[in-house]
Design a protein around this ligand. Sequence first.
Ligand code: C2E
Ligand code: MG
Ligand code: MG
Ligand code: MG
Length: 281
Amino acid sequence: SAKAAGSNQWSFFKQQMTERAAVRLRTEASLHDALKNNEFLLYFQPKFDLNTNQVVGCEALIRWQKDGRLISPMSFIPVAEETGIIIPIGRWVIEQSCKVIREWQRKYNYAIPIAVNVASQQFADASLVPDIKQLAIRYQIRPELLEIEITETSLMNDVEQAITKLEQLKSAGFGIAVDDFGTGYSSLSYLRHLPITTMKIDRAFVSDLPEDSAIASTILMLGRQLDLTIVAEGIENIQQQEWLKENQCEIGQGFYFSQPLPIEEFEEKYIACNTAKIMHV
Ligand code: C2E
Ligand code: MG
Ligand code: MG
Ligand code: MG
């Protein structure tokens, strides 16, 4: 009967929910262990000045080394966000990045800015701004060397709150980038009021280049009007790189230049060779 079918569907649904909850609980427990046992690490992807081909910064991207395998952030960051454990994980990312900047300065008398991704819930947390300021002081790093990446969607959750926090971060000297720009349907009228320094064009729009350039052109125009630095994400080939350069995009990041690299490799390729330079210190 229909009633029996309905009841079967319900118990199937309930069973699915229970399984999902169990998986979530297991993942949450192992994320706690991962933090305790130091199983996270950061990879670094360089950002290039498209005119000079110089490395001008990098993005720190988290990985989870679990039973000899590297797990992508896409499979654990969403769970970490749902359960709240993103806050200590995110703090670890920021502290680790401060340590790396400090270490490069000590070893090479040179450092480039590191961008860290801040999750929605982490951005909403009251301890974020004081934590970042305190870490920058503890590791004696200039705030310009740390850039906070926040997705457009996170900023939209509570615009008033976002403006207040961004103002605190910006006036302390930290860089602020809107990540995945173009995917969040933000209204242009309030974008003007956000105290940001950088806009990252989402790779969805870069991958359409050069054939389909309407959205990339619009974002570049907007960024210029608001006087922001524009970074294109996900550049995978020379055609995309050339289009962006011709259209006055200043900075690029993507597999065409480099994959995200383990720290030793990144350091050897992009930092160690710059010992002679004293800029950025
Ligand atoms: P995102 O912040 O937009 O980072 C860019 C992602 O695009 C990275 O993936 C990077 O490896 C990838 N990518 C870079 N260049 C190319 C390219 O040319 N082609 C393609 N197809 N992909 C490219 P990854 O490392 O897997 O990170 C995925 C997302 O996970 C990040 O997107 C970010 O939202 C999140 N994430 C990574 N690390 C952290 C973290 O420490 N904290 C938080 N909250 N989120 C993080
Ligand atoms: Mg990012
Ligand atoms: Mg992005
Ligand atoms: Mg993304």
